[in-house]
Design a protein around this ligand. Structure first.
Ligand code: SAM
Length: 215
């Protein structure tokens, strides 16, 4: 555990590099435990993180009914929930495996339920519960692989939108391209739109911002 003062005074770029160096779920748990208290300050102030706004707007355009129940997958401190709430979405639940990140999300007061669960394991939630889902920044280095898509799809009602960002570095490497482009009947998600866009204001297009639809 690194002391909070040290983390707060770290360069945001160094913490982002630590996130990109994550090799295992254990690394991720340690990183977000240490980072939770200063994550928003580093991401929004230091790195000018625009991905939550962009993906929330994409969901808003693809799903005009803002009363649907939405699951924020890997909600972290709740930056996406805040954007969705401003856009008028009224029923948001958040899921993350980091207790400390969930505590920060709770303070935002935009989620009805906050669920502590590991996306790498089967999710003990009722199937076809959600009218939409969103995920920002979680499909990245060492966090989850593409098998997560099947677990999330099962939680969605048929026809529901799943708006997500997938880092370019894991698009092929963690199997996302293969899984999403597979046309077999077991693939429950079909691609509606994919755009290459930056996560950070002024950075290169390091993410694929996707609108998927549950078959
Ligand atoms: C880069 S943060 C993104 C948080 C938020 N969506 C945002 O855009 O600010 C990634 C989040 O994914 C969570 N995460 C990583 N691996 C996970 C897993 N296997 N199960 C659940 N949550 C996970 C982390 O705890 C962290 O909160």
């Amino acid at each position: 555990m690194i002391d909070n003062g040290k983390i707060e005074n770290s360069h945001p770029e160094d913490l982002l590099q630590r996130a990109y160096d994550v090799k295992s779920p254990e690394d991720a748990i340690d990183l977000y435990r240490d980072w939770a208290g200063s994550y928003d300050q580093h991401l929004e102030g230091g790195l000018r993180y625009v991905a939550p706004t962009v993906i929330a707007q994409m969901l808003s355009s693809a799903e005009p009914d803002h009363t649907v129940r939405v699951l924020d997958v890997g909600c972290g401190t709740g930056l996406v929930g805040v954007c969705l709430s401003k856009l008028g979405f009224s029923h948001l639940d958040g899921l993350d495996f980091s207790f400390e990140m969930l505590e920060e999300a709770r303070r935002k007061d935009v989620y009805r339920e906050l669920i502590q669960a590991d996306l790498n394991e089967s999710l003990d939630l009722i199937q076809s519960t959600y009218g939409a889902a969103i995920s920002c920044g979680t499909f990245t280095h060492g966090h989850v692989d593409a098998s997560v898509l099947g677990r999330i799809a099962l939680l969605l009602e048929p026809g529901a939108i799943f708006a997500c960002t997938i880092h370019q570095a894991v698009w092929d490497e963690a199997g996302f391209s293969r899984t999403l482009e597979c046309l077999s009947p077991e693939n429950l998600l079909e691609i509606q739109e994919i755009h290459e866009r930056p996560y950070f204001d002024g950075s290169g297009p390091d993410g694929r911002f996707c609108i998927l639809r549950r078959r």
